[in-house]
Write a protein that binds this ligand. Structure first.
Ligand code: NAX
Length: 327
């Protein structure tokens, strides 16, 4: 039997954490022959609720789940973590400006970056989900000086999956028929869901839908899908977010299918003219536990301007947290 993979989940008593922990423990993330140890990290006020999550995990009698650690101490939560999934974050309170939200959360992710640096496996792979996810990932990476910044990513896979779902509906095909979808930019309203390189059963998507539909319906719908869910459920996306976490980490760990790619927010290396050093969503392929930004895609003027808009937003977010980046 393989030795267990250690997976830390922060905010594990929250909505997304609760939807995620059971799926990781049942083998959906790393496969049916890979045991896991879950290290669930919460804040002190949520420990009782976390204890309940732990009891339910025990009650599932999952054969792959070799151990469960419940804690509010980051040094214990991140100890020897092979994967760290950072979901726990402060929600936006009434009357709070976006910049206040960024500053409040920045402190959490700076501290967690340091704890990951000091306690996790040197090969740890980090996925940030808590918003503002891209900038939080940047802060965590900046506070982990012994690790490579490529070990830190943020989640735009939910946006990617939402885009697959909407295009499948529109073209009356299955999501499995669609390849090469791309989300560029920030996990925010400035993200750019791009059909320019997307294929449906090998046919360019833009031969099957009109450019007007793409611009007037598809792009804004993906950008606003989170708000649409909140309006319908009265709660934000949880199961679909957990599902996207499973997809993101599984593909990073086990690889993307031949001929296709996925969207991941990663440290920009300047590809496509995007400012170096910000955490930006790109099309990537993964193999052997490493990702590679897909190169050489054609982008028209409209696409370039959309990428720039999201880049500007991320540079603005970075300016707000400059003092936590240790530069
Ligand atoms: P919840 O409020 O249900 O859960 C958050 C949990 O995090 C709580 O249990 C809280 O006690 C815990 N927490 C807070 N600070 C912590 C800390 N310092 N250490 C450990 N735990 C901490 O929120 P939920 O609906 O689960 O959403 C979590 C985050 O995901 C939010 O920031 C949300 O905006 C973000 N999202 C990101 C998405 C993405 O695609 N990147 C999509 C879904 C979601 O909106």
């Amino acid at each position: 039997m393989k030795s267990p993979v250690r997976v830390t989940i922060t905010g594990a008593a929250g909505h997304i954490g609760y939807a995620l922990a059971f799926r990781v423990a049942s083998g959906e993330m790393f496969g049916p022959d890979q045991p896991v140890i879950l290290r669930l990290l919460e804040i002190p006020q949520a420990l009782s609720s976390l204890n309940g999550v732990g009891m339910e995990l025990e009650d599932c009698a999952l054969p792959l789940l070799h151990d469960i650690v419940l804690t509010d101490d980051p040094a214990i939560g991140f100890r020897e973590a092979d994967y760290a999934i950072l979901i726990g974050a402060k929600p936006r309170a009434k009357g709070m400006e976006r910049s206040d939200l960024i500053t409040e959360n920045a402190k959490i992710f700076a501290a967690q970056g340091r704890a990951i640096n000091d306690h996790a496996s040197p090969d740890v792979r980090v996925l940030v989900v808590g918003n503002p996810a891209n900038t939080n990932a940047l802060i965590a990476a900046a506070n982990a000086p012994d690790l490579d910044k490529r070990q830190f990513t943020a989640m735009t896979r939910l946006d990617h999956n939402r885009a697959l779902g909407q295009l499948a509906n529109k073209t009356n095909r299955l999501v499995a028929d669609i390849t090469r979808m791309t989300i560029w930019g920030n996990h925010s309203m400035t993200q750019y869901p791009d059909l320019g390189n997307c294929l449906v059963e090998g046919v360019p998507a833009l031969e099957l839908v009109t450019r007007d539909w793409a611009i007037d319906h598809f792009i804004p719908r993906i950008q606003r899908r989170g708000a649409e869910i909140i309006e319908a459920r009265g709660l934000s996306s949880a199961a679909s977010a957990a599902d996207a976490v499973v997809d993101h980490v599984r593909d990073w760990a086990l690889g993307t299918p031949e001929g296709d790619w996925v969207s991941m927010s990663v440290i920009s290396d300047g590809s496509y003219g995007v400012a170096e050093g910000i955490v930006f969503s790109f099309p990537v392929t993964c193999a052997g536990g490493e990702y590679r930004i897909v190169q050489g895609l054609e982008l028209d003027a409209l696409s370039h301007s959309r990428l720039k808009k999201s880049e500007q937003e991320l540079l603005g977010e970075r300016a707000v947290v400059e003092d936590l980046l240790g530069r």
